[in-house]
Design a binder for this molecule. Structure first.
Ligand SMILES: [Zn+2]
Length: 490
């Protein structure tokens, strides 16, 4: 029985999909104007975790994540529809077209996903490929009387949607006073939000019934999720900061258009802090995955670190924590490797009914009597399942993994069971525990190896030795072979 905390109802609920075994999951994706930082990646890891847990429970999942490549404005104020399009700001900064910016940062994003073993969603629609769908949805809202014009903005009228703020539970009057929101010219309510912005000067612009311009940010998620998943979704994920106003607005425009409940379960990830502080440009702590790798960490170490916290609690990222995560991961992988060699023969046996079939040889038959029973297998499996099914309690799930390792270290007969279990658990954890894989060597040691080669060619052997030490400090060794230097994890 899978239980998930639903932001909408503010409680853990038993998960029951709208259609029996098929789950429709939508995740708010990146705005591709810059690299993703580890706070963003922690959230996508949570979306990935949900899908993995659903699949572990036997559901078939269709996962959709949008790529925002237009219309996300720089002004993050509560209900402001002002500011500049983030894509255009980036295009000016890098002297590229918005399309080039989008392409570049989409690729960088996908590389990060792959590095962290985050499964690619089945569909990753781009906003700019779905302008007609957005226009059609706005027209549908217009026909139903939810839309009015305020200056250059085509705006959603929240007063027509009495359920507005049901997700966030916010009291809009208090919010308005607290945020000192000034009335926006032509807007009836400061929380009315733009569906379309008429702006013939905008770099990326399209024809529309309201004039040449571009879509608001919120409308893309409703238009694209409905296109690929239908009018009702089982699960919608995002970060805590998406709840208001983004997801509130998605609900308003979707439910106003269809007259049906848009999403059954809303799931939100907590914030990631760095050394106990909020991530921010001014603190220069907006780390990227590449920054972590540059300091000699493998991407999966960050994944492990994320799993040590519950997704709804704030995750405090520290370098010490990452180091501990990397060490723990290393131990787990070494253990999995050590038991994989003698585990394979007995593995097949475990999938057979208990002691029913006769072994190929006496030796095997003899081993069978010593082999662990299914009850041990079931016990750990059960405990792991209970942990992840309790609103994705990954710290608890990791504790089960370590219990298993401890028991299998003490009792060798448990090892084949342990190996099989670890392989199964890893479908959820995604730590590549039983894959024999050398994770990509980070950029910095690689560059150091090249630098060392240069010094050696030029006969600067002292410098070359110093660099070898630096590489060693990062956790790598260099071996000079006839085909050139080979770098390995120390
Ligand atoms: Zn969204």
């Amino acid at each position: 029985m899978l239980k998930l905390y639903n932001t909408l109802t503010r409680q853990k609920e038993i998960f029951e999909p709208l259609k029996s075994d098929y789950v429709r999951q939508y995740d708010c994706g990146p705005t591709v104007y810059w690299y993703a930082h580890i706070g963003n990646l922690w959230r996508y890891m949570m979306s990935d975790l949900i899908r993995r847990v659903l699949e572990f429970n036997g559901y078939q999942v269709k996962q959709v994540m949008n790529i925002t490549d237009v219309g996300h404005l720089t002004d993050e104020d509560l209900a402001a529809d002002t500011g500049e399009d983030k894509m255009e700001v980036a295009a000016r900064r890098e002297k590229k077209t918005p399309q080039e910016i989008a392409e570049f940062y989409t690729q960088a994003f996908l590389k990060d996903l792959d590095g962290l073993n985050i499964q690619r969603p089945h569909v990753m629609p781009k906003a700019t490929d779905h302008i007609p769908e957005m226009i059609a949805l706005i027209q549908r809202l217009e026909e139903k009387g939810y839309v009015y014009r305020a200056g250059n903005y085509v705006v959603f009228d929240i007063s027509k949607f009495p359920d507005y703020s049901k997700l966030s539970g916010k009291n809009l009057d208090e919010l308005r006073v607290g945020a000192r929101l000034e009335p926006v010219e032509g807007k009836k309510n400061p929380f009315d939000f733009a569906l379309w912005i008429v702006d013939p000067q905008h770099l990326m612009r399209w024809d529309s019934p309201w004039g040449v311009g571009y879509p608001g940010w919120h409308i893309e998620c409703s238009a694209m999720s409905m296109k690929y998943l239908g009018e009702q979704l089982d699960i919608h994920t995002g970060g805590e900061d998406n709840i208001f106003p983004h997801h509130e607005n998605e609900i308003a425009q979707s439910e106003a258009a269809t007259g049906k409940q848009f999403v059954k379960y809303w799931l939100h990830a907590g914030f990631l802090q760095v050394e106990g502080k909020k991530m921010s440009k001014s603190l220069e702590n907006l780390y990227r995955l590449d920054d972590l790798m540059g300091r000699g960490f493998v991407p999966s170490a960050f994944r492990y670190l994320c799993l040590t916290a519950h997704y709804r609690t704030p995750l405090n990222f520290t370098w010490d924590g990452l180091e501990a995560a990397q060490n723990a991961l290393k131990k787990l992988r070494e253990f999995a490797r050590s038991i994989s060699e003698n585990g394979s023969e007995q593995l097949g046996k475990l999938s057979e009914p208990d002691g029913q079939k006769v072994g190929k040889s006496d030796t095997l038959a003899h081993r069978r009597t010593d082999a662990p029973s299914r009850s041990e297998f079931s016990e750990y499996h059960q405990r792991f399942r209970e942990a992840i099914n309790d609103d994705l309690n990954t710290p608890q799930a990791l504790a089960v993994v370590w219990d298993l390792v401890k028991s299998a270290r003490a009792d060798t007969s448990l090892r084949p069971v342990a190996y099989k279990l670890l392989r199964g658990f890893d479908k959820v954890l995604g730590l590549k525990l039983t894959e024999v894989c050398a994770e990509a060597i980070p950029q910095v040691p690689k560059q150091l190896v090249e630098e060392r080669e240069r010094h050696r060619r030029e006969g600067h052997f002292d410098e070359a030795d110093q660099i070898r030490q630096k590489i060693l400090d990062l956790g790598y060794t260099v071996e000079d072979t006839s085909e050139g230097p080979k770098i390995k994890k120390a």
